[in-house]
Design a protein around this ligand. Structure first.
Ligand SMILES: [Zn+2]
Ligand SMILES: [Zn+2]
Length: 365
Protein backbone atom coordinates (compact mmCIF):
# COMPACT_ATOMS: atom_id res chain seq x y z
CA UNK A 1 0.00 0.00 0.00
CA UNK A 2 1.05 3.63 -0.44
CA UNK A 3 1.81 5.57 2.72
CA UNK A 4 3.21 8.98 3.65
CA UNK A 5 6.33 8.81 5.80
CA UNK A 6 9.01 11.15 7.14
CA UNK A 7 12.30 9.82 5.78
CA UNK A 8 15.65 10.55 7.45
CA UNK A 9 18.25 10.61 4.68
CA UNK A 10 21.20 12.30 6.41
CA UNK A 11 22.26 13.36 9.87
CA UNK A 12 21.56 16.83 11.26
CA UNK A 13 19.23 17.43 8.30
CA UNK A 14 15.45 17.83 8.08
CA UNK A 15 13.35 14.73 7.41
CA UNK A 16 11.43 14.70 4.12
CA UNK A 17 7.78 13.65 3.82
CA UNK A 18 7.66 11.12 0.99
CA UNK A 19 5.27 8.59 -0.52
CA UNK A 20 6.52 5.07 0.19
CA UNK A 21 5.13 1.59 -0.23
CA UNK A 22 4.48 -0.56 2.84
CA UNK A 23 4.22 -4.34 2.47
CA UNK A 24 1.06 -6.12 3.60
CA UNK A 25 1.38 -7.60 7.11
CA UNK A 26 3.07 -10.99 7.35
CA UNK A 27 1.38 -13.71 9.43
CA UNK A 28 2.84 -12.33 12.68
CA UNK A 29 2.48 -8.64 11.84
CA UNK A 30 -0.13 -6.00 12.67
CA UNK A 31 -0.96 -3.07 10.38
CA UNK A 32 -1.71 0.08 12.37
CA UNK A 33 -3.18 3.29 10.98
CA UNK A 34 -1.48 6.04 12.95
CA UNK A 35 -3.57 8.64 14.77
CA UNK A 36 -0.59 10.29 16.47
CA UNK A 37 3.04 9.72 17.34
CA UNK A 38 5.25 11.31 19.95
CA UNK A 39 8.72 12.53 19.11
CA UNK A 40 11.25 11.20 21.59
CA UNK A 41 14.78 12.51 22.12
CA UNK A 42 16.04 9.15 20.84
CA UNK A 43 14.51 9.85 17.41
CA UNK A 44 16.54 13.04 17.20
CA UNK A 45 19.68 11.29 18.51
CA UNK A 46 19.28 8.57 15.86
CA UNK A 47 18.67 11.11 13.11
CA UNK A 48 22.04 12.54 14.18
CA UNK A 49 23.69 9.08 14.38
CA UNK A 50 24.31 8.79 18.14
CA UNK A 51 24.17 5.08 17.29
CA UNK A 52 24.93 3.94 13.76
CA UNK A 53 21.34 3.31 12.58
CA UNK A 54 21.30 2.80 8.80
CA UNK A 55 19.84 5.52 6.56
CA UNK A 56 17.60 6.28 4.73
CA UNK A 57 15.24 5.27 7.52
CA UNK A 58 11.79 6.08 8.88
CA UNK A 59 12.20 6.77 12.61
CA UNK A 60 9.45 7.24 15.22
CA UNK A 61 8.72 4.99 18.20
CA UNK A 62 5.75 6.39 20.12
CA UNK A 63 3.03 5.39 17.71
CA UNK A 64 -0.66 5.49 18.68
CA UNK A 65 -3.29 4.27 16.27
CA UNK A 66 -6.00 1.85 15.28
CA UNK A 67 -5.42 -1.69 14.08
CA UNK A 68 -6.37 -1.94 10.42
CA UNK A 69 -5.35 -5.52 9.55
CA UNK A 70 -3.64 -8.43 11.28
CA UNK A 71 -1.68 -11.42 10.00
CA UNK A 72 -3.33 -14.79 10.50
CA UNK A 73 -1.16 -15.77 13.48
CA UNK A 74 -2.02 -12.64 15.47
CA UNK A 75 -4.29 -13.18 18.52
CA UNK A 76 -3.48 -10.26 20.81
CA UNK A 77 -5.32 -7.52 18.91
CA UNK A 78 -7.97 -7.27 16.19
CA UNK A 79 -8.98 -4.67 13.59
CA UNK A 80 -10.53 -1.62 15.26
CA UNK A 81 -8.56 -1.96 18.50
CA UNK A 82 -6.87 1.16 19.84
CA UNK A 83 -3.19 0.44 20.38
CA UNK A 84 0.16 1.93 21.26
CA UNK A 85 3.35 0.63 19.71
CA UNK A 86 6.25 0.38 22.14
CA UNK A 87 9.78 -1.09 22.24
CA UNK A 88 10.50 -4.39 20.54
CA UNK A 89 12.07 -7.57 21.90
CA UNK A 90 12.86 -11.07 20.63
CA UNK A 91 10.79 -13.13 23.07
CA UNK A 92 13.27 -16.00 23.38
CA UNK A 93 16.60 -14.82 24.87
CA UNK A 94 17.63 -15.18 28.55
CA UNK A 95 16.22 -11.73 29.44
CA UNK A 96 12.96 -12.23 27.56
CA UNK A 97 12.63 -15.69 29.13
CA UNK A 98 12.95 -14.04 32.56
CA UNK A 99 10.22 -11.51 31.76
CA UNK A 100 12.71 -8.67 31.28
CA UNK A 101 12.18 -7.67 27.64
CA UNK A 102 13.67 -4.18 28.11
CA UNK A 103 17.00 -5.98 28.47
CA UNK A 104 16.46 -8.27 25.48
CA UNK A 105 19.86 -9.57 24.34
CA UNK A 106 18.87 -8.50 20.84
CA UNK A 107 17.50 -5.08 21.90
CA UNK A 108 19.72 -3.23 19.44
CA UNK A 109 18.87 -5.58 16.58
CA UNK A 110 15.14 -5.49 17.27
CA UNK A 111 14.92 -1.72 17.72
CA UNK A 112 17.77 -0.02 15.86
CA UNK A 113 18.88 -2.30 13.00
CA UNK A 114 16.53 -0.70 10.46
CA UNK A 115 14.73 -3.86 9.39
CA UNK A 116 13.03 -7.05 10.48
CA UNK A 117 15.13 -9.69 12.22
CA UNK A 118 15.53 -11.48 8.84
CA UNK A 119 17.13 -8.33 7.43
CA UNK A 120 14.24 -7.28 5.20
CA UNK A 121 12.39 -3.97 5.36
CA UNK A 122 8.69 -3.56 4.65
CA UNK A 123 9.28 -0.05 3.30
CA UNK A 124 10.40 0.95 -0.19
CA UNK A 125 10.40 3.86 -2.61
CA UNK A 126 10.39 3.34 -6.37
CA UNK A 127 11.62 -0.21 -5.84
CA UNK A 128 14.49 0.84 -3.52
CA UNK A 129 14.35 -0.43 0.05
CA UNK A 130 14.01 2.17 2.83
CA UNK A 131 15.03 1.13 6.34
CA UNK A 132 12.17 0.70 8.78
CA UNK A 133 11.04 -1.35 11.78
CA UNK A 134 12.62 1.28 14.08
CA UNK A 135 11.59 0.12 17.58
CA UNK A 136 9.55 -2.47 15.69
CA UNK A 137 7.33 0.22 14.18
CA UNK A 138 8.76 3.34 12.37
CA UNK A 139 5.84 5.49 13.45
CA UNK A 140 6.71 8.69 11.55
CA UNK A 141 4.28 7.47 8.89
CA UNK A 142 0.57 7.24 8.22
CA UNK A 143 0.74 3.45 8.63
CA UNK A 144 3.16 1.09 10.38
CA UNK A 145 3.68 -2.62 10.95
CA UNK A 146 4.32 -3.97 14.44
CA UNK A 147 4.09 -7.35 16.20
CA UNK A 148 2.45 -8.78 19.31
CA UNK A 149 5.79 -8.32 21.10
CA UNK A 150 5.50 -4.52 20.97
CA UNK A 151 1.80 -3.70 20.76
CA UNK A 152 -0.35 -2.65 23.75
CA UNK A 153 -4.12 -2.60 23.52
CA UNK A 154 -5.52 0.49 25.28
CA UNK A 155 -8.99 1.63 26.33
CA UNK A 156 -10.95 3.16 23.46
CA UNK A 157 -12.63 5.94 25.45
CA UNK A 158 -9.49 8.09 25.70
CA UNK A 159 -8.18 10.11 22.74
CA UNK A 160 -5.22 8.21 21.28
CA UNK A 161 -3.29 11.40 20.58
CA UNK A 162 -2.99 12.10 24.31
CA UNK A 163 -1.61 8.60 24.97
CA UNK A 164 1.22 8.46 22.41
CA UNK A 165 4.00 9.62 24.80
CA UNK A 166 3.29 6.64 27.07
CA UNK A 167 4.83 4.36 24.45
CA UNK A 168 8.37 5.42 25.35
CA UNK A 169 9.19 8.66 27.16
CA UNK A 170 6.51 8.62 29.82
CA UNK A 171 6.83 4.93 30.69
CA UNK A 172 10.62 5.42 30.79
CA UNK A 173 10.37 8.17 33.41
CA UNK A 174 7.46 6.83 35.42
CA UNK A 175 8.71 3.22 35.24
CA UNK A 176 12.20 4.13 36.45
CA UNK A 177 10.67 5.56 39.63
CA UNK A 178 7.76 3.15 40.22
CA UNK A 179 9.29 -0.11 38.97
CA UNK A 180 13.01 0.30 39.62
CA UNK A 181 14.22 2.97 42.07
CA UNK A 182 11.08 2.74 44.24
CA UNK A 183 11.57 5.74 46.53
CA UNK A 184 8.85 6.04 49.15
CA UNK A 185 7.49 8.43 51.75
CA UNK A 186 10.42 9.94 53.65
CA UNK A 187 12.78 9.54 50.72
CA UNK A 188 14.45 12.23 48.64
CA UNK A 189 14.89 12.14 44.86
CA UNK A 190 16.82 14.42 42.50
CA UNK A 191 15.77 14.40 38.84
CA UNK A 192 18.39 15.75 36.43
CA UNK A 193 16.72 17.12 33.31
CA UNK A 194 13.05 18.09 33.37
CA UNK A 195 12.08 17.19 29.83
CA UNK A 196 9.29 14.70 29.24
CA UNK A 197 11.15 11.78 30.86
CA UNK A 198 12.18 13.80 33.92
CA UNK A 199 8.74 15.34 34.35
CA UNK A 200 7.17 11.89 34.08
CA UNK A 201 9.51 10.76 36.85
CA UNK A 202 8.46 13.74 38.96
CA UNK A 203 4.74 13.04 38.40
CA UNK A 204 5.33 9.40 39.35
CA UNK A 205 7.29 10.37 42.46
CA UNK A 206 4.45 12.61 43.63
CA UNK A 207 1.97 9.83 42.89
CA UNK A 208 3.79 7.36 45.16
CA UNK A 209 4.34 9.85 47.98
CA UNK A 210 8.05 10.71 47.75
CA UNK A 211 8.69 13.43 50.33
CA UNK A 212 11.42 15.50 48.69
CA UNK A 213 11.43 15.78 44.89
CA UNK A 214 14.13 18.03 43.42
CA UNK A 215 14.00 18.98 39.73
CA UNK A 216 17.18 20.26 38.05
CA UNK A 217 17.33 21.91 34.62
CA UNK A 218 18.69 24.97 32.79
CA UNK A 219 15.25 25.93 31.49
CA UNK A 220 13.26 28.05 33.99
CA UNK A 221 9.90 27.40 32.30
CA UNK A 222 10.46 23.65 32.61
CA UNK A 223 11.38 24.11 36.29
CA UNK A 224 8.13 26.02 36.80
CA UNK A 225 6.23 23.13 35.20
CA UNK A 226 8.18 20.68 37.38
CA UNK A 227 6.94 22.51 40.49
CA UNK A 228 3.36 22.37 39.22
CA UNK A 229 3.65 18.64 38.54
CA UNK A 230 5.15 17.66 41.88
CA UNK A 231 8.69 18.95 42.43
CA UNK A 232 9.02 20.22 46.00
CA UNK A 233 12.27 22.01 45.10
CA UNK A 234 13.93 23.09 41.86
CA UNK A 235 17.51 24.07 41.11
CA UNK A 236 18.74 25.87 38.02
CA UNK A 237 21.64 23.83 36.59
CA UNK A 238 23.72 27.02 36.37
CA UNK A 239 23.84 27.09 40.19
CA UNK A 240 26.11 24.93 42.39
CA UNK A 241 23.76 21.92 42.21
CA UNK A 242 25.73 19.71 44.62
CA UNK A 243 25.79 22.43 47.29
CA UNK A 244 22.09 23.19 46.83
CA UNK A 245 21.17 19.51 47.18
CA UNK A 246 23.32 19.20 50.33
CA UNK A 247 21.64 22.32 51.72
CA UNK A 248 18.17 20.89 51.03
CA UNK A 249 18.73 17.32 52.22
CA UNK A 250 21.62 17.44 54.70
CA UNK A 251 23.28 14.20 53.55
CA UNK A 252 22.53 14.16 49.85
CA UNK A 253 19.63 12.44 48.14
CA UNK A 254 18.49 8.86 48.58
CA UNK A 255 17.82 8.54 44.86
CA UNK A 256 18.94 10.39 41.77
CA UNK A 257 17.77 10.01 38.22
CA UNK A 258 19.64 11.24 35.15
CA UNK A 259 17.75 11.82 31.92
CA UNK A 260 20.49 13.78 30.13
CA UNK A 261 22.99 11.06 29.19
CA UNK A 262 25.71 13.67 29.78
CA UNK A 263 28.78 12.20 31.54
CA UNK A 264 29.36 15.28 33.73
CA UNK A 265 25.72 15.36 34.83
CA UNK A 266 25.78 11.63 35.62
CA UNK A 267 28.89 12.21 37.76
CA UNK A 268 27.03 14.93 39.63
CA UNK A 269 23.97 12.69 40.03
CA UNK A 270 26.17 10.03 41.68
CA UNK A 271 28.19 12.50 43.75
CA UNK A 272 25.02 13.95 45.33
CA UNK A 273 23.84 10.56 46.67
CA UNK A 274 23.56 10.01 50.40
CA UNK A 275 24.98 6.73 51.79
CA UNK A 276 23.03 3.74 50.38
CA UNK A 277 21.73 5.98 47.62
CA UNK A 278 20.97 4.79 44.10
CA UNK A 279 21.31 6.62 40.82
CA UNK A 280 19.38 5.50 37.74
CA UNK A 281 20.44 6.58 34.25
CA UNK A 282 18.27 6.52 31.13
CA UNK A 283 19.70 9.14 28.75
CA UNK A 284 20.71 8.27 25.18
CA UNK A 285 24.45 8.99 25.52
CA UNK A 286 26.49 8.91 22.34
CA UNK A 287 27.92 5.42 21.72
CA UNK A 288 31.23 5.05 23.58
CA UNK A 289 30.57 7.76 26.19
CA UNK A 290 32.66 7.12 29.31
CA UNK A 291 31.75 8.12 32.88
CA UNK A 292 34.33 8.82 35.59
CA UNK A 293 33.31 8.05 39.18
CA UNK A 294 34.91 8.33 42.61
CA UNK A 295 35.42 4.67 43.53
CA UNK A 296 35.62 5.27 47.30
CA UNK A 297 32.44 7.35 47.23
CA UNK A 298 30.63 4.45 45.54
CA UNK A 299 32.09 1.74 47.75
CA UNK A 300 32.07 3.29 51.19
CA UNK A 301 28.50 4.49 51.04
CA UNK A 302 27.14 1.35 49.42
CA UNK A 303 25.96 3.53 46.57
CA UNK A 304 24.81 2.13 43.24
CA UNK A 305 24.63 3.33 39.66
CA UNK A 306 22.03 1.57 37.59
CA UNK A 307 21.16 1.64 33.89
CA UNK A 308 17.42 1.49 33.21
CA UNK A 309 15.69 0.88 29.87
CA UNK A 310 12.06 1.82 29.17
CA UNK A 311 11.31 1.94 32.91
CA UNK A 312 11.55 -1.88 33.02
CA UNK A 313 7.94 -1.68 32.00
CA UNK A 314 5.73 -4.72 31.64
CA UNK A 315 3.82 -2.56 29.25
CA UNK A 316 0.67 -4.67 28.91
CA UNK A 317 0.05 -3.98 32.60
CA UNK A 318 1.93 -0.75 33.29
CA UNK A 319 0.71 1.37 30.36
CA UNK A 320 -3.02 0.69 30.95
CA UNK A 321 -2.46 1.44 34.65
CA UNK A 322 -0.91 4.82 33.83
CA UNK A 323 -3.80 5.54 31.44
CA UNK A 324 -6.31 4.90 34.24
CA UNK A 325 -4.37 7.28 36.50
CA UNK A 326 -4.33 9.87 33.70
CA UNK A 327 -8.11 9.58 33.32
CA UNK A 328 -8.49 10.04 37.09
CA UNK A 329 -6.43 13.24 36.87
CA UNK A 330 -3.66 11.83 39.04
CA UNK A 331 -1.05 11.52 36.29
CA UNK A 332 -1.57 14.58 34.05
CA UNK A 333 0.67 13.64 31.14
CA UNK A 334 -1.27 15.96 28.83
CA UNK A 335 0.54 18.84 30.57
CA UNK A 336 3.72 17.82 28.72
CA UNK A 337 2.30 17.76 25.20
CA UNK A 338 2.24 20.23 22.30
CA UNK A 339 0.52 19.05 19.11
CA UNK A 340 1.72 19.55 15.55
CA UNK A 341 0.34 18.29 12.24
CA UNK A 342 2.48 15.45 10.88
CA UNK A 343 3.66 17.65 8.01
CA UNK A 344 5.36 19.97 10.51
CA UNK A 345 7.63 17.27 11.94
CA UNK A 346 10.80 19.30 11.41
CA UNK A 347 9.32 22.32 13.23
CA UNK A 348 8.29 20.02 16.07
CA UNK A 349 11.83 18.62 16.32
CA UNK A 350 13.35 22.10 16.20
CA UNK A 351 11.05 23.31 19.00
CA UNK A 352 11.96 20.26 21.07
CA UNK A 353 15.68 20.92 20.56
CA UNK A 354 15.44 24.55 21.64
CA UNK A 355 13.40 23.57 24.69
CA UNK A 356 10.42 25.63 23.50
CA UNK A 357 8.18 22.57 23.94
CA UNK A 358 8.50 19.56 26.24
CA UNK A 359 6.87 16.75 24.29
CA UNK A 360 5.88 17.28 20.66
CA UNK A 361 3.16 14.94 19.39
CA UNK A 362 2.36 14.72 15.68
CA UNK A 363 -1.24 14.25 14.58
CA UNK A 364 -2.17 12.58 11.31
CA UNK A 365 -5.01 13.50 8.99
ZN1 LIG B 1 15.01 -11.11 23.87
ZN1 LIG C 1 12.07 6.96 23.21
Amino acid sequence: MKIQAAVTRQKHAPMSIETLTLEAPRDDEILVKLVATGICHTDIAMRDQAFPVPQPIVLGHEGAGIVERVGKAVRKVAPGDHVLMTFNSCGHCPSCDHGAPTYCHDFFGRNFAGGRSDGTSALAKDGHSIHGNFFGQSSFATHALCREANVVKVRADVALESLAPLACGVQTGAGAIINVLKPGPGASLAVFGTGSVGLSAIMAARLIGVSTIIGIDRNESRLALARELGATHTINAAEDVGAKIAETTGWGVDFSFDTTGNAKVIRLAVDCLAPRGSCGIVGASDAGTEITLDALHIMTGGRTLRGIVEGESHFDVFVPALIDLFVQGRFPLDRLVTYYPFERINDAIADSETGAVVKPVLRFG
